[in-house]
Design a protein around this ligand. Structure first.
Ligand code: ATP
Ligand code: MN
Length: 543
């Protein structure tokens, strides 16, 4: 028997009928089992009833995404056609796909889905109405649809009457491609067609493919058609209306550091910068759960409640309490929730022109300073480089740092040449005189193995100091190899950790590691050097 609360939720949405005509046009043939625009309560209840998921002791829905617990960049394709042939920067992340295979896959997917129980949701991307993208998502299970409710912008009921979607996401984890005839690499795929305005996702249940699919589209459309700089960054705003944005690759701290109870959250991952605003593309956050604790990340911890969708976590044995330390299924455990689950989230998610930009890097070599100030040239050099270093396991079970250079801190999601985004950012830095900081949220006191990760509390204190102008009137020293300016003092942070060399017991080892990392930067930059001006080239580390 249904709980009364859910009956109520049901009655709220009964006025919404599935847009059958337009689904027919899309190519679906059967509509008896289409659930349209269900509420989070209903989706959660259905997921539990179907045995897709369970509730934890705080009422969030826990599911497993299946074989894939992360994105699969090698299986993400873009249809090469008249629109994209000469505009998309074809590379390892923008892999060309023939239109005939796209059409064939779409057809097969629609056949696969017809007659099945489906969950359809209409939603938006882009908080700024002028750039709003109308999206219709078609899922084959309720929790994937809950993800879309959480992550995209939720239309009001009145906006649904004449909702004409511009883009479609057709997502069917149970549909497997046949690489021999479908043009894919494997049975899983995410294919984007800019002409057909459709994203096809099959063979994988990893929800993040949907959000990063839309992000990829916006990274094409906004800079080319609207003159808006699209960015892989989080954003928040102080009481005085001062906006800060935080660029960084995965795991560097965008979500963690933007959820600051003393500031209004704009968004945790994807934003656009217009001539006078910064706006969120999304309606929710997608936070990492590994080692999540109430003490260190209260805002995110408290977001794990009814309506939240928690992926690939396990319980502490014999309880319904999530074991956040467990990597049993994956290290990439995640939770999605609407922005409003963070206290102080800004609504609508639109801030003013940024006063501060933070480039976050998680430097597992322990070389880069925990906070430093960049000149415009250094900022461009760092933006184009897009450096972070992960801790990578090797066969012998030994772990060591492995660098990643990902242009504009987001190469996997950028259809255009990085120079196009870099040029736009360069102009904005020049025009707005925004302060640019580099923050190393990674290792201190030695590389991974010897040192330790920077205390989250210290990183937060450094960012707060920068935001409050407390680093404006302190002395700085230049990093001898990388050149960025390191403050010699910072409120709430021991002065001796501000210069990374001080924190290494073995200074010669630090110097050698700094030289090694500088060499990696220089080598990586070779491919961009011909397109970079004097000022940017002068910001290269000195070998
Ligand atoms: P993604 O693009 O994959 O969403 P992200 O940039 O949003 O990645 P976060 O989700 O914020 O990354 O992950 C940062 C992780 O590092 C969190 O699990 C956080 O607890 C941990 N962490 C540890 N020390 C620090 C630190 N000093 N600063 C920031 N994060 C830290
Ligand atoms: Mn994030």
């Amino acid at each position: 028997m249904r709980k009364p609360k859910l009956l109520h939720a049901m009655s709220v949405t009964t006025s919404l009928t599935a847009p059958v005509d337009s689904l027919k046009k899309l190519g679906l043939t059967s509509f008896e089992n289409v659930h349209y625009q269900l509420s989070p309560d209903q989706l959660t209840e259905q997921a539990v009833q179907r045995g897709d998921g369970v509730l934890n002791d705080t009422g969030a829905l826990l599911i497993n995404t299946g074989k894939y617990t992360g994105r699969s960049p090698k299986d993400k394709f873009t249809v090469k056609d008249a629109l994209t042939e000469n505009t998309v920067h074809w590379n390892d992340f923008n892999i060309p796909f023939e239109e005939k295979y796209f059409l064939q896959l779409k057809e097969k997917m629609l056949v696969h889905l017809s007659g099945e129980e489906l969950w359809v949701r209409d939603c938006y991307a882009c908080a700024e109405e002028a750039y709003r993208l109308k999206i219709r998502v078609i899922n084959e299970n309720p929790w994937s649809n809950l993800f879309c409710y959480n992550m995209f912008i939720r239309p009001e009921e009145k906006d649904l009457e004449n909702f004409e979607p511009e883009w479609h996401i057709i997502q069917a984890p149970s549909f497997k491609a046949d690489p021999a005839v479908d043009g894919t690499r494997a049975e899983n795929f995410a294919v984007i067609s800019f002409i057909h305005k459709t994203i096809l996702i099959g063979g994988t249940g990893y929800t993040g493919e949907m959000k990063k699919g839309i992000f990829t589209i916006l990274n094409f459309v906004l800079p080319t058609k609207a003159g808006v700089l699209s960015m892989h960054c989080s954003a928040n705003m102080g009481d005085a209306g001062d906006t800060a944005i935080f660029f960084g690759l995965s795991g560097t701290g965008k979500t963690t550091l933007s959820a600051d109870p003393n500031r209004r959250l704009i968004g945790d991952d994807e934003h656009g910068w217009t001539k006078d605003s910064v706006f969120n593309f999304e309606g929710g956050c997608y936070a990492k759960c590994i080692d999540l604790s109430e003490e260190k990340e209260r805002e995110i911890f408290n977001a794990i409640r009814p309506g939240a969708l928690v992926e690939n976590v396990t319980f502490i044995e014999g309880t319904k309490t999530i074991d956040f330390s467990s990597k049993k299924i994956t290290e990439n455990t995640r939770v999605s929730y609407p922005l409003s689950f963070i206290s102080n989230a800004l609504e609508p998610s639109i801030g003013k022109t940024p006063k501060n930009i933070f480039f976050l890097t998680c430097d597992a070599y322990g070389v880069l300073p925990p906070i430093s100030k960049l000149t415009a040239g250094q900022a461009m050099y760092q933006f184009i480089s897009g450096y972070t270093a992960k801790v990578a396991g090797t066969e012998a079970g030994v772990t060591e740092p492995k660098s990643t250079f990902s242009a504009c801190f987001g190469a996997p999601f950028l259809p255009l040449h990085p120079a196009q985004y870099a040029e736009m950012l360069g102009k904005k830095i020049e025009e707005t005189k925004v302060h640019v900081w580099l923050v190393n949220t990674g290792w201190s006191g030695g590389a991974y193995g010897t040192g330790h990760r920077m205390k989250l509390g210290y990183t937060r204190a450094m960012i707060t100091a920068a935001l409050e102008g407390k680093l404006d009137n302190v002395n700085y020293e230049a990093h001898p190899v990388f050149g960025m300016m390191m403050p010699v003092e910072c409120p709430g942070v021991p002065a001796e950790i501000l210069n990374p060399r001080n924190t290494w017991a073995d200074k010669a080892a630090y110097d050698a590691m700094a030289k090694n990392l500088a060499g990696q930067f220089v080598h990586n930059f070779e491919k961009y050097a011909s397109g970079a001006n004097e000022e940017i080239l002068a910001a290269a580390p000195k070998l």
